[in-house]
Design a protein around this ligand. Structure first.
Ligand code: 5AD
Ligand code: SF4
Length: 338
């Protein structure tokens, strides 16, 4: 018989409640972290659940029927998310990306998007709102997401070969449905669309060229992501990482490629374009070129903890402030001191 051990304190979820300063300064719109990196980009996780079991992210041995997903009361409500979004926007955030798990599994996500779409940046512009999805529900939801005020989507897709794709999502989900979702998103104008492909050497690296051929001349920006170690649970091995430099070499064997200058400082993807005008691709070298130095992202977890780094073990418990007796100014002041 296997014995289940329930940890009393799990370091992954360690957090502290941020200090609320007695003297509150008006947000300058120039919030930076202790390394002086400006925060422009906030990722908000709206659910910890996913209907896929990609082995590099939610391996089914860990995320099984006994896995304790968060109860509804632990999740930030739409009102709480919107309140925090306003506070962050006052501090200079201009772009919000909704993530998960799979964000389209959160009920009535369109309502949240409508609420966020009303927020204006410090320079009076509409917020840039995007969403990262596995596209399993996108064909059905693209129009309502667009109508709610979503601007763009990024779709995760690890190959075009149906057998390889079904193996990677590990729930036998067919690639044709994802492609329908991508088409629907393009049709309703959730553009420019990005497609993220996590490359695992020996698993889906043979899909690099077919993916490039498929998305050239389509307006979709295909991005190849180095397979990362996101915790001790997915059996990460360096020999399964295909360095981005080799991805570009493989593309070069069929298509002449030219390097493109970055859009902005802190951009995580290195950009390349097809010399024949077929469009752009990106490579994200999370393993071979860690880009922490000029990263400008913050991440808000499903239960309201703020992380300034994907690998940070300690989050700041903003939910405790939201559910405590604090004003927006006080919470904004606390965020300004993180
Ligand atoms: N390595 C690289 N990217 C990952 N993602 C999740 N886990 C990993 C990993 N181990 C990224 C993928 C996916 C998004 C939801 O998260 O890009 O598209
Ligand atoms: Fe993770 Fe995305 Fe795969 Fe879901 S679809 S398991 S969130 S990588």
């Amino acid at each position: 018989m296997t014995v289940k051990i329930i940890p009393i304190a799990d370091i992954r979820y360690a957090s502290r409640v941020p200090h609320v300063p007695a003297q509150i300064q008006t947000p300058s719109g120039l919030l930076a972290d202790t390394l002086g990196r400006p925060l422009r980009d906030l990722r908000i996780s709206v659910t910890d659940r996913c209907n896929f079991r990609c082995s590099y992210c939610m391996p089914r041995e860990v995320f099984d029927k006994d896995y304790a997903f968060l109860p509804q009361t632990s999740l930030l409500s739409f009102e709480e998310i919107t309140r925090l979004a306003r506070i962050f926007v006052a501090h200079g955030v201009e772009k919000i990306r909704l993530t998960g798990g799979e964000p389209l599994l959160r009920k009535h996500i369109e309502v949240l998007i409508e609420m966020l779409a009303k927020i204006k940046t410090t320079s009076g512009q509409p917020l840039d709102i995007t969403l990262t999805t596995n596209a399993s529900l996108l064909a059905k939801k693209a129009q309502s997401l667009k109508d709610a005020g979503l601007q763009r989507v990024t779709v995760s897709l690890d190959g075009l070969d149906d057998a390889i794709f079904r193996r990677m999502n590990d729930v036998d989900f067919p690639v044709a449905e994802v492609l329908k979702g991508i088409e629907a998103a393009q049709r309703v104008g959730l553009a420019p669309l990005k497609v993220n492909m996590v490359v695992k050497r020996g698993t889906n690296d043979a899909e690099i060229l077919p993916m490039a051929r498929h998305f050239r001349h389509s307006g979709v920006v295909l991005r190849f992501i180095e397979y990362m170690d996101v915790g001790a649970t997915n059996g990460w091995r360096m020999d399964e990482v295909l360095p981005s430099a080799q991805v570009i070499e493989r593309l070069q064997t069929e298509f002449p490629m030219l390097a493109v200058n970055p859009n902005y400082a802190g951009e995580t993807a290195e950009r390349w374009r097809y010399a024949d005008g077929g469009g752009e691709v990106g490579v994200i070298s999370s393993v071979t070129h860690a880009f922490c130095g000029d990263c400008n992202r913050a991440r808000l977890s499903t239960e309201g903890k703020l992380f300034l780094c994907l690998f940070a073990s300690q989050g700041q418990d903003l939910r405790a402030l939201l559910r405590g007796d604090f004003s927006d100014e006080q919470i904004g002041g606390a965020v300004g001191h993180i």
